[in-house]
Design a protein around this ligand. Structure first.
Ligand code: ADP
Ligand code: MG
Ligand code: MG
Length: 917
């Protein structure tokens, strides 16, 4: 529409007046910490740290708008950009007293990516930019440290060659080509000790290395490494913008649902040097322990190194606490910084720093990623310290992460009897066992086949992300607790042990050697990410603290600090949420657990789950094989007492809370045997001919059972089934009520699409209810309603609500029927759909708000139009998924129902939704 495009053009300022470049340094900054969408997280916080007078090397940020422009305009830049960069460089040169490309005092810069949400290690950074054969000599002379100068140069060549010029591993190569060159040189120089540390390479060795690196670049790319610093800068900026679309960044964004449109900023910052000698170094620290949440300075430091060495995990660093001895003054400054950061940002910070000849410089800070354990502990303790309010605590903990607190740990007895084969650093808490795989690809495909997998690597690099996602746990021989691997593992809630330096891993033979033992691909190992221990085989697990306190009751709250902070958080969540939470549970003990986890009722009791226990299945089969209503009646009569006692057990466990009981739902053929031998067995048991069994099985065969004779269609064709189930419910209710416990059954008719289906079933339920009340001379209160799981039901919900006292959205089937997509068969195409971004997330895990959600909205509106106070809930898998829970809150549902172990997640998500209002 012409008018629209005109007005949008008019609004857009001409590109000349747009500010693309934001400087920071010497206590002043154009930007600030709130400008994350424009400056990226790193850029915004560099500005903010500058403002609060932390020692940040000066520099400037090129905004994310340039990234957007870059991709919208065929990888070119806005015309006004170059001049703004020139100005910013002049400013930087002036403040540093150095000049870009200068032959006596050259300015060197870092070119750093920085998305709005941090994406650790997913994009590229280039250090020491500005070096060439001329400036390197200037750097050597001025610093009177030739070794240092050539160390910077070889690092720059390596990063530039890799990131900008694309000198990387080729398919089939196990090692980065630059690393191979380094290894070769070490072998030549130290034939007896080919694994010497990089720090042992002296100036001439490093100079040799720079020559070989340049040669490698020429061989692999056919191009020379560019000498001109301006050209270097252009290349680096382009590469950083380009890295927004590398594979690992894309996978990361998909996993964390970061929109592709956001783009990254580029930070250009004066270099400070951690590699000038043993009074320098680089580190990464957290203001609190990101694994446990304990309030201690936590992190790592490498002497005489640039920061990439720490985060890339090539050398295993020492704990930052060691600085207390080695550099007491720096240590004291770090403690100050820690307090400054927390009292300014009101959250645990993950910060990167460099020490240059005893002087501390801050290079980055961000809210630290943390495990579920740490998230809860830190939030609760920060409330006690008055750094934040309970609302903030509730808001900031990713609801999903609570599931980590409930996950099992290694059984303490099993642990004692198993010998520890080695130890590493505890980087992501929890217990994991699995078959070991040495490459991310193999781990991924084994996991797809349903194996439990441990990914074992010498060190992990960000490209391993797919394998990490697929694995139960991650084990590395090198790298510290702040390596990218550990960071990503913690965020994913994966168990992780890293830096287990005794492990000798050999990729060529797919084996692992440690203390005289050998393990091959496919062997089982167990790792404990809380203690760092590694065990052979599969170690037995036992329940978590939370489960022990709430369910097993063999641990008291006083004995478990993690339970206490968990309980505090749940209390705050419960005070704030408006949604009720219920559980999907079918058995009395399950219901008991659910209540312990905070369930306010049962939202879905699948009655057929009770059919499989003991000899009940025989009665069920007899019922199914019956030739007429009479025979069916007899079989049903045998089932009645079993169902009745189950319902009674559930009512008792609920102690007055409501229970939604769904009548028989799956197609009957699911209950009968399909192979000849078991058919013969069954025939014998029931005293009928095997032929008759076979014939009935054939009759029941359906081409598409999901859309076949199931749900209320069973109760319509065989009303005696519904009658039996209704009788079981009401007799149990009468019995339990007589014992003084309140009973609130809510009978739910599944798979209704036509109002008349429901009317027929409801009439039948009322009849049975009347009979039982008369027989037992009691008064029962109950509801009858329906599961909304067919699109037709959503669009005629006003008609349905005339007879339904409640709706419960069965979003598993509603998703299948709305999308016309079978959940069990979607695996073959859904991954591709996600890659193509046809769907952002798996619609069977995260509610499809734009489609299924719209139908739900319609159903809610129509339902309320004929029954104002209709009770509304959801009982699909989505009821325990945070985003879907929040959607249900906005829809105004009364409750969500999910599996018992998801209840804490649902409670927290519901509170977060309420706080959003
Ligand atoms: P990432 O986002 O992958 O962490 P960064 O841009 O933070 O990448 O850079 C990685 C590391 O490079 C930093 O941890 C730091 O040690 C080092 N680095 C970044 N900028 C500078 C700088 N201006 N001077 C010295 N080292 C730097
Ligand atoms: Mg960083
Ligand atoms: Mg269903």
């Amino acid at each position: 529409m012409p008018t629209k495009s005109k007005s949008s053009k008019a609004k857009k300022p001409s590109s000349k007046s747009v500010k693309y470049v934001y400087s920071f340094g010497n206590g002043k900054a154009d930007g600030n910490g709130k400008m994350k969408s424009l400056l990226g997280g790193k850029g915004a916080n560099l500005a903010e740290m500058t403002r609060i007078r932390l020692p940040v090397p000066p520099g400037f940020t090129i905004s994310t708008e340039v990234c957007t422009y870059f991709y919208d305009h065929n990888r070119t830049y806005p015309p006004a950009l170059e001049k703004q960069i020139d100005e910013a460089i002049h400013k930087l040169e002036a403040s540093m007293g150095k000049k870009f490309g200068d032959a006596t005092n050259p300015l060197l810069v870092a070119v750093r990516s920085g998305a709005r949400d941090s994406m650790p290690g997913m994009m590229d950074t280039i250090l020491n930019l500005g070096l060439n054969d001329r400036t390197v000599r200037a750097l050597a002379e001025r610093s009177r440290n030739e070794r240092f100068a050539y160390d910077c140069y070889r690092r720059f060549l390596q990063m530039y060659g890799d990131v900008v010029m694309g000198v990387q591993k080729r398919p089939g190569e196990d090692h980065e080509p630059f690393e191979v060159v380094i290894e070769e040189l070490k072998k030549e120089l130290f034939p007896n000790d080919p694994h010497v540390s990089d720090t042992k390479l002296d100036a001439p060795a490093l100079r040799t290395l720079t020559d070989r690196f340049r040669k490698l670049i020429r061989e692999r790319t056919g191009k020379d490494f560019p000498e001109d610093p301006r050209e270097q800068l252009r290349g680096a900026v382009g590469a950083v913008f380009g890295s927004w679309n590398n594979e690992r960044a894309i996978i990361y964004r998909r996993k964390y649902n970061i929109p592709h449109e956001w783009g990254t900023a580029v930070n250009v910052q004066a270099m400070v040097f951690g590699n000038t000698g043993n009074d320098s170094g680089s580190g990464v620290s957290f203001t609190r322990d990101p694994a446990t949440g304990e309030k201690v300075l936590y992190g790592e430091f490498l002497l005489n190194a640039q920061g990439e060495d720490v985060v890339a995990g090539v050398r295993t660093p020492e704990p930052v606490l060691q600085l207390k001895v080695e550099m007491p003054e720096v240590y004291r400054q770090l403690q100050d910084v820690r307090h400054t950061l927390e009292s300014h940002f009101h959250d645990m910070q993950d910060f990167e720093f460099t020490v240059e000849q005893g002087r501390l410089f801050m290079l980055q800070t961000r809210n630290g990623k943390r495990t579920g354990f740490a998230a809860v502990r830190i939030a609760v303790e920060m409330v006690k310290e008055k750094l934040i309010k309970p609302d903030d605590a509730v808001r900031r903990i990713p609801a999903d992460s609570l599931s980590q607190l409930l996950a099992p740990v290694f059984d303490s007895n099993a642990r004692k009897t198993t010998q520890v084969i080695a130890r590493g650093l505890p980087a992501g808490p929890g217990a994991a066992s699995g078959k070991i795989y040495f490459s991310a690809n193999e781990a991924e495909s084994a996991a797809q086949k349903g194996e439990k997998v441990l990914l074992v690597r010498i060190e992990t690099s960000p490209e391993d992300i797919r394998g990490m996602l697929a694995a139960e746990g991650i084990l590395t021989a090198r790298g510290g607790v702040s390596s990218h691997a550990a960071l990503v593992a913690r965020q994913m809630g994966k168990v992780c042990v890293c830096g287990a330096s005794e492990l000798q891993i050999d990729y060529s033979t797919n084996s692992l050697h440690v203390r005289g033992q050998n393990f091959r691909k496919g062997d089982y190992l167990s790792i404990d990410g809380t203690t760092g221990e590694i065990f052979p085989g599969e170690v037995k697990t036992s329940p978590s603290d939370i489960v022990r306190v709430l369910i097993d009751k063999d641990l008291t709250p006083a004995e478990s600090p993690i339970y206490r902070v968990f309980a505090q958080l749940m209390q705050w969540a419960d005070q704030r949420r408006k949604l009720e939470v219920r559980a999907n549970a079918d058995q009395p003990d399950q219901v008991g657990h659910a209540v312990a986890f905070g369930a306010q009722g049962v939202g879905l009791c699948r009655t057929e789950h009770m059919f499989f226990e003991g000899d009940r299945i025989d009665h069920v089969r007899e019922m199914i094989l019956a030739e007429n209503a009479d025979e069916r009646g007899k079989a049903l009569a045998k089932l009645l007492p079993a169902q009745r006692s189950d319902f009674a057990g559930i009512f008792k466990a609920l102690k007055g809370l409501p229970a939604t009981i769904r009548f028989l739902d799956p197609p009957l053929h699911e209950f009968i045997p399909h192979d000849e031998a078991s058919q013969r067995d069954l025939a014998e048991k029931l005293g009928i001919s095997p032929d008759r069994v076979a014939r009935r099985v054939k009759e029941l065969h359906e081409f598409n059972p999901m859309l076949g004779h199931r749900g209320c269609r069973l109760g319509i064709v065989y009303p005696e089934i519904s009658e039996m189930q209704a009788r079981a419910v009401f007799e149990a209710a009468a019995e339990v009520q007589a014992s003084g416990i309140k009973v609130r059954p809510e009978i739910m008719i599944p798979l209704v699409g036509f109002p008349k289906e429901l009317e027929l079933q409801i009439a039948l339920v009322h009849q049975v209810a009347q009979k039982v009340q008369k027989e037992r001379n009691v008064k029962l209160s109950y509801l009858v309603g329906t599961m909304i799981e067919i699109p037709r039901a959503c669009v005629v919900a006003d008609e349905i609500a005339k007879s339904a006292q409640f709706f419960s959205f069965g979003t598993n089937d509603l998703t299948q029927t709305t999308l016309g997509m079978s959940r069990d068969d979607a695996g073959s195409f859904l991954p591709r759909y996600q890659e193509e971004e046809i769907v952002r997330q798996n619609p069977f895990a995260v509610l499809d708000q734009g489609g299924v959600g719209k139908l739900m909205e319609t159903a809610v509106k129509l339902g309320r139009s004929t029954r104002k106070d209709i009770k509304l809930g959801i009982c699909g898998e989505h009821g325990g998924e945070p985003d879907s829970v929040k959607f249900c809150h906005r829809l105004g549902l009364a409750y969500v129902s999910c599996s018992p172990f998801r209840l804490p997640v649902a409670r927290l998500a519901a509170a977060q939704a309420a706080l959003k209002e």
